[in-house]
Structures are given as C-alpha cells and as structure tokens.
Design a protein around this ligand. Structure first.
Ligand code: TRP
Length: 332
C-alpha cells in the first residue's frame, strides 16, 4: 500500500454506463489495491443542478452504490460514503469560498459547458450553488487528504481549480492541505452508439451496466455503421463504424481482426456483426448484471456498507477540520 489517498466519486443522478466503466471505474477497481480509497456519492453536488428534484437524487444514491459494487469496487478496500453526511465538507467549502474569485469559476471550462447545457434550468443567470460546485468538490477531496482522483477527463478543470485553492490556502494559512492530481484512464472517453463524442443519458446513446440482454441487443442493432455501405457485399470502412469501435472494447483481438478484414472485403454483413457484438457485450456485462440483481434483492447490504463507510469518512474529515481551523485561527 502506498501512503497516498484516493478520493473520487460521482453525482447520483442516473445509472452508470460503459463510458463511466471504461473512463473511471476500471481505474478505481485497479487502484483500490494500491491506495487507500474513498468514494463519495455526491448527493449535495447532484442537488446543485437538481435542487428541484430531490426524489431523483435520493433514488439514485443506492443505484450508484449498486453500480459501484457490481463493477468490482470492494467495500473492504474502498470506503463508500454519502457526501451530505459529512457536514465538514460544507464548512470547508465556506472557508474556501474566500480563496476563489467569481471570474475564475466562470472561466472553468467544465462549469461553462454545463451552464450552457442547462439553460432550461438556470435561464439567464446561474445559481450561486452551481457556479460554486468546484469549490465544494475541492472540499470533498481535501477534507480527506485526497491526493489522487481517478476520474474522467471532464473532471480535469475541477481538479486544477482544487489545486489552485490548496496552494492559496497553504500560502496564507500554512502547509495544511495536500494538492491532488487527476488519474485519467487510457480509454479517456467512450463514444456513444450514435457516434457522438460523448456517451450520456440525455443523448440516449448509452449502454448501461444495468441494461438487460434485450436492451443491449436492441441498442446495438441501432448503432451507427458506415453510411456508405448499403448492400451486404459493399466494402465497409470500420474506422467510421460504431460497431467496430465497440468490438474493440468487448471482443477478443482475434475476433476484431477477422471482423475488420471481412468488413473491408465486403464479406461480412452489418447485421451479423452487430449480433456478434451484442452477444459479446452481454457476456462481458453478465457478472456485473448478476451482482446487481443480487444487491437489488438485498438493499440492507448496500445500506450497511454506506453506514460504515460514512462513519469512517466522517472521522477522517473531523481530523482535517481540526487542523484547518487551527491554521485559520478558528481553533476555539
Ligand atoms: N463532479 C463529479 C461528477 O460530476 C462528482 C464529484 C463530487 C467528485 N466530488 C468529487 C469527483 C470529488 C471526484 C472527486 O460526477
């Protein structure tokens, strides 16, 4: 075990898809053997853009934890906890809010993109809470001394902002906080079934860890292939085909090679190719689906993991806050 700590997490707003899986979960599963790991269910952050829908957030807390456990996050190695149960984070967020300017938050590329996407919710003026969520995320990470954050590349600007806050804090109050760094996966971003650069719920182009075999087949049968290929014996271009792209994730190297050659030679129809991909994807996700079904039938297991994890995280957060307050001359 290395002595650096991991802190990472997700907003509980929906189920995890294979973009999450390859983008960050694989790394978290691998790294939990090497580093002490804390994974937060970011319900407070989820409310920043779902304040009008608390039911949705509540419902997805357990779903998210079930996805984590199904994908191989081991509660013996990783501490899974609920963000809102660690009020120290909220307190630290207030302290940090003096160390970051509004202009800097408005320049954060991730926040900027999200605000543009959420016009319907925010109208012409974004809320203080949403604009400030990077500050709260900096508190999530640093309140547990997180130094490594395995996450998708969209999180990069948030980690950069956290690093700036840490440096500013340490330069004013003394060396108390640790500066984290992001840990990106090799598969930075998985494209959607429609070829869109991003896989996402709102785009309707995702395969979820929890999808049934029937759903997986249906989605894959609708995936985008080479549009120039009309007849089965037309030569295809696998480089612009989403089915070929996913084969690389779910099928063996040998299969991929054959598929590619046959497609280019016009010897393999798209339907057969999709069926084979569906079969391999279903097989790949089978252990996760089975684990999921078991946990859905045993919610008490999930609740116990969250209870224990939250208690452990809270103790650690209290320790950090003692140091923070002392440094800020607030230690009464
Ligand atoms: N921003 C992350 C998301 O969009 C969730 C999150 C909250 C997080 N706090 C974090 C991620 C701390 C990594 C570290 O899902």
């Amino acid at each position: 075990m290395e002595n650096k700590r991991i802190v990472t997490g997700d907003r509980p707003t929906g189920r995890l898809h294979i973009g999450h899986y390859f983008g960050s979960l694989v790394n978290r599963v691998k790294l939990q053997d090497k580093y002490e790991t804390y994974i937060l269910v970011a319900d407070v952050q989820a409310l920043t853009d779902n304040f009008n829908n608390p039911e949705k957030v509540r419902k997805n807390v357990r779903e998210l934890v079930i996805d984590y456990l199904s994908c191989g996050i081991d509660p013996k190695k990783s501490t899974i906890y609920i963000q809102s149960m660690i009020p120290e984070t909220a307190e630290l967020t207030v302290f940090y809010s003096n160390l970051v300017t509004i202009a800097r938050l408005q320049r954060n590329p991730t926040v900027k993109t999200e605000i543009a996407q959420k016009k319907e919710l925010f109208g012409e003026s974004v809320t203080y809470g949403f604009l400030g969520y990077p500050v709260s995320q900096a508190a999530d990470i640093t309140v547990l001394d997180g130094e490594i954050v395995p996450a998708g590349e969209d999180q990069e600007p948030l980690i950069e902002q956290c690093r700036e806050i840490v440096r500013k804090f340490n330069s004013i109050y003394g060396e108390v906080l640790k500066e984290p760094q992001i840990y990106l996966s090799e598969n930075k971003r998985i494209k959607g079934l429609d070829g869109n650069d991003k896989m996402g719920k709102s785009l309707g182009n995702a395969i979820y860890i929890s999808d049934s075999p029937e759903e997986i087949t249906k989605k894959i049968m609708g995936a985008v292939t080479d549009p120039a290929r009309i007849k089965k014996d037309d030569p295809g271009n696998p480089d612009i085909c989403m089915v070929s792209y996913y084969h690389k994730l779910f099928s063996s190297e040998d299969e991929c090679k054959t598929i590619c050659e046959e497609c280019k030679a016009g010897k393999r129809g798209c339907v057969a190719c999709k069926k084979q991909l569906a079969k391999n994807t279903i097989e790949f996700l089978r252990p996760m689906r089975e684990k999921r079904e078991y946990l859905e039938a045993h919610p008490e297991i999930v609740d116990e993991i969250l209870k224990e994890g939250t208690a452990k995280a809270k103790k650690e957060a209290e320790k950090t806050m003692k140091k923070v307050k002392k440094a800020m001359k607030l230690g009464y």
